[in-house]
Design a protein around this ligand. Structure first.
Ligand code: MN
Length: 406
């Protein structure tokens, strides 16, 4: 019996996908290259980045092999422990990347035990706002287009806090942040249903972020971290609604099995990532233009070799977008018009199972990177080389290796 071949895109669809993918970039996080772990322990890697320059170097090498990661998200507290100066932009450029989204840190200082911008103590709220304003100033100097806010604020027990009062404090703080942002900057508001707070988080779901974004101002949007949803949540529906409302600011991609597991994107549920990209591709097909949002990775690799994990991740994201671009939109519209339930679902499934290798090859040729970025990187010897250098650097600087975050 002949083996059934995977469906192929038409040559026009393949050409359109290649064009689109040459304009598709994903931002990598500086923290994805550093030694990290869980609160139970850390498994240190010799090749992990020791300092900011190493992180830029790793991001640069990721970009050299994939061609689609020209920017690095930074974390103000972890990446600029001695303050920011413009020399750091030159340092990034030396490694072929630029500083991207600025992430303030409003969760590590002991003063934030009961919240940052929602803290009962006005001096703590002031301090949190000042840190956001300082982060905006850094973003102005780096030319960053995104200020990305994730707040650990919340409560552990019923009765502990005044939910509505905290909502008002948060809205007031975000308004101040929005007023201080340069005109080309977007405020991204992330959400998470629980952790570290266990009873409620002030920014607990997309609706909360949506309402806070509306309160802050027109350049505030919702950031969807794909791992920050309760089990069974229909993430692609949230994405579709936010796109339709003009309120989708971007993504933090990662995957999850149980909670916020920080697993590599599409490692557990690639079909969900595909369905998310399907919503984006459907909008772009209809609008005839690219959706202006930020695609970012937010993963901390605890047992994975860092650069390999990042290259694998961004290639997966690119592959799934390629598949979503291959959905036969005309056939799908016709099937939907006939209420052809089976046919409609089959069209999506066909695109998901398509072999998009030729499309990715063509894109990589245009971008001037290897056909198989991960294989090429693994054969390059980069990890072994930097492991030696970084081991020596750790010895020389006394750097124990690794921030204290999970
Ligand atoms: Mn995130």
């Amino acid at each position: 019996m002949a083996r059934k071949r995977a469906a192929r895109p038409s040559s026009a669809a393949a050409d359109a996908a290649i064009d689109r993918l040459c304009r598709f970039f994903v931002e990598v996080p500086s923290w994805g290259f550093a030694n990290t772990g869980t609160r139970f322990g850390k498994f240190l890697q010799d090749a992990a980045a020791v300092d900011l320059e190493d992180k830029f170097a790793d991001a640069g090498v990721t970009h050299r092999y994939t061609g689609i990661t020209p920017t690095v998200a930074v974390h103000v507290l972890w990446d600029f422990p001695n303050g920011f100066d413009r020399g750091l932009c030159r340092l990034a450029a030396k490694h072929g990347v630029k500083i991207g989204a600025i992430n303030p840190n409003l969760f590590q200082d002991p003063c934030y035990k009961f919240g940052s911008i929602t803290n009962r103590d006005p001096s703590v709220r002031r301090r949190a706002i000042d840190h956001i304003l300082d982060s905006i100033e850094i973003g102005r100097q780096t030319g960053s287009r995104h200020l990305s806010l994730w707040l650990a604020d919340g409560a552990n027990y019923p009765g502990q806090a005044d939910i509505r009062q905290r909502k008002a404090w948060a809205a007031a703080a975000l308004k101040k942040a929005h007023e201080a942002m340069p005109g080309n900057m977007t405020l991204l508001l992330e959400y998470k249903p629980f952790e570290p707070a266990t009873y409620f988080m002030d920014f607990f779901d997309w609706g909360a972020s949506y309402i806070f974004a509306k309160a802050a101002g027109p350049r505030a949007k919702v950031l969807v971290d794909t791992g920050h949803h309760l089990p069974g949540c229909n993430v692609e529906q949230i994405v579709a609604w936010l796109i339709d409302e003009g309120m989708l600011g971007g993504f933090h991609f990662n995957d999850r099995k149980y909670a916020d597991d920080d697993l590599m994107v599409a490692s557990i549920d690639p079909y969900q990532a595909f369905r998310i990209f399907n919503e984006i591709a459907a909008w772009e097909h209809q609008a005839g233009k690219d959706l202006p949002i930020a695609y970012m990775i937010d993963q901390s690799h605890n047992i994975e070799p860092k650069v390999q994990a990042m290259i694998q991740t961004v290639c997966r994201v690119q592959e799934l977008f390629a598949k979503a671009l291959c959905v036969n939109r005309e056939a799908l519209a016709a099937a939907q018009a006939k209420e052809d339930v089976i046919g409609s679902e089959d069209i999506l499934h066909k695109a998901f199972t398509m072999d998009v290798t030729p499309i990715l090859k063509a894109v990589r040729k245009k971008l001037g990177v290897p056909d198989e970025p991960l294989e090429a990187f693994r054969a390059s010897g980069y990890e072994a080389r930097v492991a030696v250098q970084r081991r020596a650097k750790r010895r020389a600087t006394g750097e124990g290796g690794g921030a204290s975050y999970a």
